[in-house]
Design a protein around this ligand. Structure first.
Ligand code: M6R
Length: 609
């Protein structure tokens, strides 16, 4: 999604802004722009396409400025072109604005402004906000103009605004779109994402919805939109610069796949104690009784996080005997869902900013549910709006295709399921066996990662196939969905994931000679059944690729290609079986020449509906 960076300080703003935009590239964008104030003049430069194109257009004129704002745009209203790129300016050319979010009543506001003889140069909703601020602006009082304009708009926004009349000031505000202010030595960086800040400082404040901040040489002042002062705590960013660098890997996705042993160790550190035979989850400690006595858990999420939720549903039912269901956030929020006493809403999100998940969470909270978050990004909106939660602690995920966040989400759900299970029906013996198996997972993933070269060779045979099936049962059904999503989003091939038994109810019609069918066929409770499904595909000439339990030579003989994973209890299998599928998607995408970390049409964090 769109990205915002603003800088005010003593250094050359342009360099810092462009560097910040590059750090935000992973979020997805199609045009970029920058505005600076130099010698009381507002200068704007924009371009369609990559940030390097913008960089090439930056003239010396922009270089010495020390105040500026910049933006990467992911088109919503109006095609990706220079006119629609941000920053947008007001009718006087003094004020520039960058905006994330959507102004829903932009059409009526535009009509009104046009009736005031204000002309527009783009098709965007964001330009309306820039022009509206200009319309309200009275010499020197940028904050009041921003307040007046925001009181007229409906929708969501994270904005940063500058004005050539007040060259050492940035005004920023948020409603529904994240904004963070980094506090450095004699400098401030306003950004929509911590990755644009981390290089300069780890001291930040997170703006909440309905808050505004003015930063200038003297410091920062936060208020509500009605100008009531708000005191903000300065917080420390958890992430380190090295974590957002490629560190010798060709792509972030590959780096993040290979980071999984370590990211899961960090996720479980201090939480699993096999010596004591206990799990400690500090983030939910104050709510343990309510959670263990809950009548129903509702997991809500989108995409990969929704797949993790499905696994959570199985884990909670099996380990804790707790009724659980998993809902697409986008459906749940509009369905007028029934929330009875004792319901817990559990939002699962890597970014903690996904608009639909946030809205689903708010809907359930409004109806009285206890709200829990399973989130990676510390300080994100979902993390702040839940009553309690468990962070993934897997480090920043930059690749658009989610990998280490998925395994982190499953690990957290496994810990939480076992933790609540122990307080309900799970015996100490079974609990201890489960957590010691969970603790072994990072070492076992290391073993699976050794398959990468073999998987690359297999990808060499299959990468030209345009249609793929992914099939699994039980805990491995969501893994089939995830395997299919991974290959779709980065390779642009058509892939369908489904419960293996569903194949006979229609999709088997798709199988033709040479079509790859990827089975997750571990030695689990439904092993015999999945063997039957494999035979059905073979009989129709499909190519069988199977993730199998190590040493299953009998099944190996039936398959065209196999990926062996070590043995673990069935509820933990997804942590191992998904890894070869991540690698398969990666190698196929590389062979197809796709842009792995910036797949077409996709954004890392979907902060609009
Ligand atoms: O940040 P979130 O976990 O809330 O994001 C949810 C989905 O947008 C995300 O998982 C998406 O499906 C990924 N691109 C999948 O790889």
């Amino acid at each position: 999604m769109c990205g915002i960076v603003g800088y005010i300080g003593k250094k050359q703003a342009c360099d810092i802004l462009l560097e910040g935009l590059k750090r935000l590239e992973y979020r997805g964008y199609d045009s970029a722009g920058v505005a600076v104030i130099r010698d009381n003049e507002l200068i704007v430069e924009k371009s369609k396409g990559r940030i390097t194109t913008l960089e090439n257009k930056i003239s010396d004129k922009l270089q010495s400025a020390t105040t500026g704002i910049a933006h990467t745009r992911w088109a919503t209203h109006g095609e990706p072109n220079e006119a629609n790129a941000h920053p947008h300016t007001d009718h006087t050319g003094k004020i520039a604005l960058v905006h994330n979010g959507i102004i829903e009543n932009f059409a009526s506001l535009r009509k009104y402004l046009e009736s005031q003889n204000i002309e527009f140069t783009s098709e965007t909703d964001s330009e309306v906000l820039a022009k509206l601020i200009g319309h309200f602006y009275k010499e020197g009082n940028l904050e009041q103009a921003v307040r007046d304009a925001l009181s007229e708009v409906q929708g969501t926004y994270g904005i940063a605004v500058i004005c050539s009349d007040c060259p050492d000031k940035i005004v920023a505000a948020r409603k529904g779109s994240p904004l963070i202010v980094g506090i450095g030595n004699d400098e401030f960086i306003v950004a929509s994402d911590a990755s644009a800040i981390i290089e300069h400082t780890n001291q930040v404040i997170y703006l909440s919805d309905g808050e505004m901040v003015t930063v200038n040489a003297e410091g920062f002042r936060t208020t509500t939109l009605d100008d009531v002062p708000v005191t903000k705590d300065i917080q420390q960013l958890e992430w380190k610069l090295e974590e957002i660098e490629l560190d010798g890997f060709e792509h972030f996705m590959l780096k993040e796949i290979f980071e999984q042993p370590q990211s899961l160790r960090t996720c479980m550190r201090g939480r699993i104690n096999t010596r004591e035979g206990a799990i400690h989850l500090g983030g939910i400690a104050n709510y343990t009784r309510e959670l263990a006595r809950a009548h129903r858990f509702i997991f809500t999420a989108c995409g990969t996080a929704w797949h993790a939720g499905l696994i959570g549903e199985y884990l909670f039912e099996e380990l804790a005997r707790l009724p659980a269901e998993t809902e697409y956030s986008s459906e749940f929020r509009y369905r007028n869902p029934i929330i009875e006493d004792g319901s817990v809403i559990c939002a699962i999100s890597q970014s903690g900013e996904t608009a639909d998940t946030l809205a689903a969470l708010r809907e359930a909270k409004e109806k009285g549910a206890l709200a829990i978050g399973i989130v990676n990004t510390v300080g994100s909106t979902i993390a702040r709006e839940t009553d309690a939660g468990i962070y993934l602690h897997v480090g920043p995920e930059i690749g658009v295709a989610s990998t280490k966040a998925f395994t982190g989400q499953i690990a957290v759900l496994a810990m939480l399921g076992a933790y609540l299970g122990r307080r309900r029906h799970l015996s100490q013996h079974n609990f201890e066996q489960f957590i010691s198996a969970l603790e072994k997972i990072p070492d076992q993933i290391e073993e699976v990662l050794n398959l990468s070269n073999t998987i690359r060779q297999i990808a060499g045979d299959l990468f030209e196939c345009e249609h793929w099936l992914y099939l699994g049962r039980g805990y491995n059904y969501p893994v089939a969905l995830e395997g299919a999503l991974k290959i779709k989003e980065i390779s642009y091939v058509h892939a369908e994931g489904m419960p293996a038994a569903e194949m006979k109810h229609g999709p088997i019609a798709l199988v033709n000679p040479g079509m790859p069918a990827v089975f997750i066929a571990t030695h689990s409770s439904q092993y015999d059944k999945i063997l039957g499904n494999i035979e059905e595909v073979k009989a129709r000439g499909g190519k069988v690729v199977a993730v199998i339990t190590k040493g299953d030579s009998q099944l190996a003989k039936k398959c065209d290609y196999i990926f062996e994973v070590p043995q673990t209890p069935e509820p933990l299998e997804p942590l191992l079986t998904v890894v070869p599928l991540q690698l398969l998607a990666y190698h196929v995408a590389v062979l197809r020449g796709c842009n792995i970390d910036k797949p077409r049409n996709l954004a890392k964090s979907v902060t609009v509906e």
